[in-house]
Design a protein around this ligand. Sequence first.
Ligand SMILES: *Cc1c(COP(=O)(O)O)cnc(C)c1O
Length: 380
Amino acid sequence: MKNIPFHKTYLPRTTLCSIKDVLDSGWLTSGPRVKTFEQEFGNHLGTRHNIATSSCTAALHLAYLSHDVGPGDEIIVPSFTFCSTINTIVHTGATPIFCDIDEKTLCIDYKCVKKLITKKTKGVVVVHFAGMPADMDGINQLAKKHGLFIIEDAAHAFGAKYKGSFIGTGDNTTCFSFYATKNLTTIEGGMLTTSNDKIANSSRVMSFHGISKDAWKRYSKEGSWKYDVVSPGYKYNLTDIQAAIGLEQLQHIKAITRKRNQIVGWYRKYLGINRNLILPSDPPYENSTHAWHLFTIRLSSNSSISRDQLIEELKNKKIGTSVHFIPNHLQTYYKNKYGKISLPVTESIYTSILSLPLFIELTESKVRYVSNTINDITYK
Ligand SMILES: *Cc1c(COP(=O)(O)O)cnc(C)c1O
């Protein structure tokens, strides 16, 4: 078997034509295609406001700013996430308060959130890990009781459903990623969704230099040369070329989703027999859907091989894997700044977890090869 990478981005054949159309149109940066992409994205999920951004990181930063997060505020956030969820809290001057996760869903643990709430707590960040919708009911109630906002990091969760509703359609500000590895990609890009008019307006304004109103129109027929800076904003806009790539992906989203689920089924079929592994489960609540951004296996405690050794052996067989995530409280900057923090579930999951290849071009024989190789190594 040839080299099987951890990821390969799926780009429908028609993508090239769409990019050419954008280049020929003469409008390259944020313009009509970004508007269409925002609308189509919103139509797909049923979200009210959709603000396209240059990345999920940018969307998260805008979300915090729009909820008035700043110096003196504490934001409760899982350590088990990509660093950008946390870094952007620090950019606002606020303090991230690292929280442990639930052993089954690997999403933030409601019981741990409760213990961390202080007078300074302003909000909670929920990360829908690997595409598993987090159990929102308890956290939503807790937030309501204490007057906290919730921001959902849905970088993995495009298409995930919690109790009948798509992630992003509730009352919480939600941030999606269209990075090259994500289920829906614009290569780099993101989207902030909200049902709140004020949050939507402030996020939109701050995403483009703090300029009021649709500034891109100033270069178009209906626009004028006048603009007004109402706040020192950022340059977080998506381009029309990226939006065109995203629109192509949206056209194929049903097939993309079907294929991801099929691959997960194959992994379960071939790895399910291996008692040294713990496989990810479906959402443990009714009417809920996993987005299957990642398929993460865990080595059980009786495994004779370490996770790090497994990665090396798979690498020798030319099988790419990855680890999501190295907990942020163990990263140099955060360790030095906040000292030793103990998050037992996060730490134990981190040392045993591994993400397997999961991309559209995988075939059943490749998944069988990856699975059998893992079975051979971990049964030793
Ligand atoms: C990918 C990712 C991000 C950042 O997304 P970008 O679009 O690359 O900025 C944030 N949070 C999580 C959980 C991610 O996996």
